[in-house]
Design a protein around this ligand. Structure first.
Ligand code: GLN
Length: 504
């Protein structure tokens, strides 16, 4: 395990800020309300930690210091006046760099958007502002959220804080690594096929992909619009629940947004789960799963049993087709969504084009990285006339059948569990030349996006090298309360979340 040394002694704080940075958002809030520390001190300490470590970790593409300190100051003023505060006011957050934040760069970790400054706020960004949550910076990602290791960023890789030779998972690798290395207490990511749950699992934290439509996608740079969802990362289930509450809700700017009330997700977490039917997905405990991962996930089933849950076996026979279906639907949608980056309206434009067509082709050839180009080509092929029925239409039909598999599963079980990923974090460079093996890391996560259901990953153990293992919990659409309740019960019955990256 990598040990690094931070000593932050800050201002007038009555509390050791180094310790506080490692705490949950809830604990940080208590410290703010007790006046042990001010929000400005907390934000400044976070920036000092970033300055010390982020050259190594690479979690942030850019920082948003001025506004973050402004927000923190406003929080301190409210505390001084004893005014009521939103639940996460003053708590440092990392925002994935494919989510717009007005006045700051939003690059999607792509050269084509390297100098693009957001002209407006995403709806989630507006909600963060309304909740007085300081946005520390824009978190690194795989280019346009395409990848599972964060190695596809056009700017820099992200290192896993648990072992700097390993990947943090992707595509929201910067968001997860920021939370795991105390460079933020909270983060937002996006999940199209696992991009929140996978990095949460590799970095030993909690990450949640909400039900499709629960959180507005307005202002998220679209990858595959029928699969994309923004969601929260935290160091605890409760923090994750509070952040989900802050960002959820109807938005008229997103036509797929659900017009339904938002429950108070952080209430009722401790409800007894006696009799809860926990289904384990047989196919995800079988062949190809690393033995350490399997052991940890099986131990998790025992924990649920001990908590009074009933364990049932579930089979999702079509799961084996989920990766194939995803790589047709996601690439098809991506090829259409990314058509807008042509040098006319957004970002990079080539300098030496002789005519319009050459301007388009050179701009795109220069601006996009290899993986993005691969996806655009695959997607364009799948949508082309003559192949549309054979690939795209068929993929949509199988998607429907996968959804039905889940409907049947949820008749027998209240929640479904599995390892989030068949393996733990792998070495940097070990899969990047082999896209197929990289795509396979998402076998556990992708089907939830195809079905539109919520999924969460939380720590459930460590492999023999000390790398975190994640447990995935899935629930029916809009059953986030049940999902969080089951996760919270597991968390409080175990100690895995208490082991943290060692910042000596
Ligand atoms: N790893 C998957 C992909 O590369 C999922 C990415 C995501 O969820 N954004 O497409």
């Amino acid at each position: 395990m990598y040990n690094y040394d931070i000593k932050i002694v800050y201002g007038e704080a009555k509390m050791n800020i180094t310790d506080l940075l490692k705490k949950t958002a809830k604990e940080q809030r208590d410290a703010l309300l007790n006046r042990d520390v001010s929000a400005v001190e907390l934000v400044n300490a976070t920036y000092e930690n970033i300055e010390k470590h982020d050259d190594t970790i690479g979690a942030y593409n850019s920082l948003c210091k001025e506004k973050a300190l402004e927000t923190a100051k406003a929080v301190d003023e409210k505390i001084a006046k004893k005014e009521e505060l939103p639940k996460l006011a003053g708590i440092p957050l990392a925002l994935k760099d494919n989510i717009n934040y007005k006045g700051y760069k939003t690059t999607a970790s792509s050269k084509i958007l390297e100098n693009f400054v957001s002209p407006y706020d995403a709806t989630v960004t507006e909600k963060l502002k309304a909740n007085m949550i300081p946005i520390i910076g824009k978190a690194n990602l795989d280019e346009f959220a395409m990848g599972s290791s964060n190695e596809n960023s056009a700017f820099k890789i992200v290192r896993n804080p648990w072992n700097l030779n390993k990947v943090p998972g992707g595509s929201s690798g910067g968001s997860a690594a920021a939370v795991a290395s105390y460079e933020a207490a909270l983060a937002l990511g996006s999940d199209t096929g696992g991009s929140i749950r996978l990095p949460a699992s590799f970095c030993g934290i909690v990450g949640l992909k909400p039900t499709y439509g629960r959180v507005s996608r307005y202002g998220l740079i679209a990858f595959a619009s029928s699969l994309d969802q923004i969601g929260p990362f935290g160091r605890s289930v409760e923090d994750t629940a509070m952040l989900l509450e802050a960002i959820s809700g109807y938005d008229r700017w997103d036509s797929t947004s659900l017009n339904l009330p938002v429950p108070e997700y952080s209430k009722g977490l401790d409800k007894d789960i006696k009799g809860l039917k926990v289904g384990y997905i047989k196919e995800l405990f079988g062949e190809g799963v690393d033995p350490d991962v399997k052991k940890a996930a099986e131990a998790a089933l025992q924990t649920y049993k001990d908590l009074g849950a009933e364990i049932v076996e579930i089979s999702l026979p079509l799961l084996k087709h989920s990766i194939g279906v995803y790589y047709i639907i996601a690439t098809a949608e991506a090829s259409s969504n990314l058509a807008r980056f042509d040098g006319v309206k957004y970002g990079h434009r080539t300098e030496n084009a002789k005519n319009l067509l050459e301007m388009y082709t050179k701009t795109r050839a220069e601006g996009f990285g290899d993986e993005v180009k691969r996806r655009i080509m695959l997607g364009t092929y799948a949508l082309s006339s003559g192949y549309y029925d054979a690939y795209y239409k068929k993929a949509q039909q199988i998607r429907q059948l996968i959804k039905q598999d889940f409907d049947r599963a949820f008749e027998k079980a209240d929640i479904l569990v599995s390892p989030t990923c068949p393996n733990t974090a792998f070495d940097i460079g070990s899969k990047i030349e082999d896209p197929l093996s990289m795509y396979l890391t998402d076998i556990g996560t992708i089907s939830a996006n195809l079905a539109g259901i919520p999924g969460l990953s939380l720590p459930c153990g460590f492999d023999s090298d000390g790398m975190p293992v994640g447990l995935q919990i899935l629930a029916p659409a809009l059953a986030e309360e049940r999902l969080l309740n089951a996760a919270y019960k597991f968390e409080t019955a175990t100690e895995y979340h208490n082991k943290k990256v060692c910042l000596a």
